[in-house]
Design a protein around this ligand. Sequence first.
Ligand code: AMP
Length: 280
Amino acid sequence: MDIIKTIPEIRSILRKHRRADETIGFVPTMGYFHEGHLSLMDIAREKSDILVISIFVNPTQFGPDEDLERYPRDLEHDARLAEERGVDYIFHPDVDEMYSPNFSTYVKNLELSNLLCGATRDNHFRGVTTIVSKLFNIINPDLAVFGQKDHQQAIIIKRMVEDLNFPVEIVLGDIIREADGLAKSSRNTYLNGREREQAPIIYQALKEAKKMVEEGERSAGKVKKYIRDKIDSVELSEIEYVEIVEDTMLGSVDKISRGNFAAVAVWFGDTRLIDNIILL
Ligand code: AMP
């Protein structure tokens, strides 16, 4: 496994693989790996000849008051885990390699970027679609794997690939959870002891909501209220949103039908956690 820092170098390496008719699988990440990231690498590994991942904490997807500086990083640890999962190349550019001083062209979905997480995280999804476009143009993957954990991100990326004709297949990986149900996230390391104890309430609420729907409840209002009340029942939670949406344009629904998701963002202290579940 090699760690590549520059765009010309990764391009030249991958050109050779493509000439040899090898397919390229790609997993973009911000690093600090947990089982969630590694499960996506397993999916890509199985479906492609060459496996490339990127580790890049992308400044354009962080707001001015967000956690760009304190976002956890550990390249050595990540490289060890990636190698064990059969990664061939880690693309790990510096910020200057990706953003020149004159950088001024962005990719933004005009319908989906300001909903749900985008309502409070101004420009976040513009940063995501821009960096993923750049990475797709650099890596040219046949297939790219994203996590269902970031449900809105996955939908926006799929929309972008279709709208802008990127020649890449998008595959989604299931949410990987801790034993107590908390969705794995690099940001879970920010939680203090009490916050960490209470955070599994999020998945408990989502799971119980799904059960309500399976047992026949179809009112989105009632299910959302159930989720809110459950999450509010622990002391340290602060709900940002609880929504039930359809899975193409993230429209809010009144009556729950097949393919609808419940999506939530909840603060525990300074830490913002997101999670989602397919209801039907
Ligand atoms: P990040 O490094 O947080 O930008 O995440 C990189 C990729 O891993 C994204 O496609 C995420 O959706 C995915 N991911 C993050 N957490 C999980 C998880 N718990 N289960 C599955 N995929 C995840």
